[in-house]
Design a protein around this ligand. Structure first.
Ligand code: SAM
Length: 308
């Protein structure tokens, strides 16, 4: 089903928790603010995902906070896969060396692992944790167990932009499939950290030179560069970018039970926790959830758009 701007939904991004074992200085907290509430239960998540399929959702992305801190993560993955959805997760990678094989067994298809530097001291400055070696072990284990494609997320700031090509080299050497170069968003702590913002234009120009070919992903019309090594580098530049918004096919399920229609907007969400926690039976809950999806699609709009 398309929204008023002709955009189909495909992708449901679910915040499982806001608890995190890292404290990245720029964290956008998925645009949800500092919410330390218990996340939705596996039953509740499954029900929303089941309804979302009727609205075109094919892919689910699990995020946080740190999703690997949820004890019931394998159960959630298993249930989502059982619905026929493709399931991926964004993680800081700290727990992966221990749990990647369990996640793969539960049905996790692929993974994005955040790695913003290869300098241990800088890693500690960015994340608040002396954990770079352990994250690198996690990345290797994700590759080892076949969570394919393994993607790295590199958020570029003044602190680390000079390292982008080191991280690209590293990704190529260890067999990572994709790397996302992400521009800092002024959302959550990213508003305070925005003085560290750096444009990606220069990096993009170098990538143009190095790439065998360029492409565009359907999602957000993100530019993609295919390097001779086989690594794909994708550019993620949402801020003040109407092209990005015009290709947005995502809806979010927040940790406190809302359908959130845009990372940047607090005023375009639909409360569904009251439906999920009501005494109604499954059929009637699903009917109300469908109404909530109808409204969410009706109010969904690009945050950045061309004004003619
Ligand atoms: N804890 C997990 C992690 O670190 O990957 C998942 C949650 S994190 C909020 C999801 C992704 O958003 C990570 O790749 C993170 O680096 C990225 N991110 C966080 N804050 C950001 C910001 N202000 N601008 C751009 N990306 C950001």
């Amino acid at each position: 089903m398309k929204d008023r701007y002709g955009r189909e939904l495909e992708d449901l991004r679910i915040t499982l928790t806001h608890v995190c074992n890292f404290s990245c200085f720029f964290c956008h907290m998925e645009g949800e603010g500092d919410l330390y509430v218990n996340g939705l239960t596996p039953d509740e998540i499954e029900l929303v995902a089941e309804v979302s399929k009727e609205y075109g959702i094919k892919y689910v992305k699990l995020t946080g906070g740190e999703p690997t801190l949820r004890r019931d993560l394998t159960e959630i993955i298993y249930r989502l896969r059982n619905l026929g959805l493709e399931v991926s997760m964004t993680t800081n990678g700290y727990m992966l060396s221990k749990i990647a094989s369990k996640l793969k067994e539960a049905g996790l298809n692929r993974v994005n692992i955040s790695l913003h530097t290869l300098d241990k001291e800088k890693f500690k400055k960015i994340t608040g944790v002396d954990g770079m070696d352990r994250v690198i072990e996690g990345i290797k284990e994700a590759i080892n167990v076949g969570l394919k494609p393994v993607k790295l997320n590199f958020v570029a700031t003044k602190m680390n932009i000079n390292e982008a090509f080191n991280v690209i080299d590293f990704a190529e050497k260890i067999g990572v499939n994709e790397l996302h170069l992400i521009e800092l968003h002024p959302v959550g702590m990213g508003k305070i950290a925005f003085s560290y913002h750096e444009k990606l234009n220069n990096l993009e120009n170098v990538l143009k030179e190095k790439a065998l070919r360029e492409g565009t992903r359907n999602k957000h019309y993100r530019p993609r560069f295919y390097l001779p090594s086989g690594l794909v580098v994708e550019i993620v530049k949402p801020y003040a970018n109407p092209i990005f918004c015009s290709g947005c096919n995502r809806i979010r399920l927040t940790v406190d039970g809302k359908l959130k229609t845009c990372l940047y907007r607090d005023d375009n969400s639909i409360e569904i926790l009251n439906i999920l926690r009501s005494n109604l039976d499954k059929y009637h809950k699903m009917q109300l959830l469908k109404e909530a999806f109808d409204v969410a699609i009706a109010i969904r709009e690009p945050n950045f758009k061309y004004i003619i």
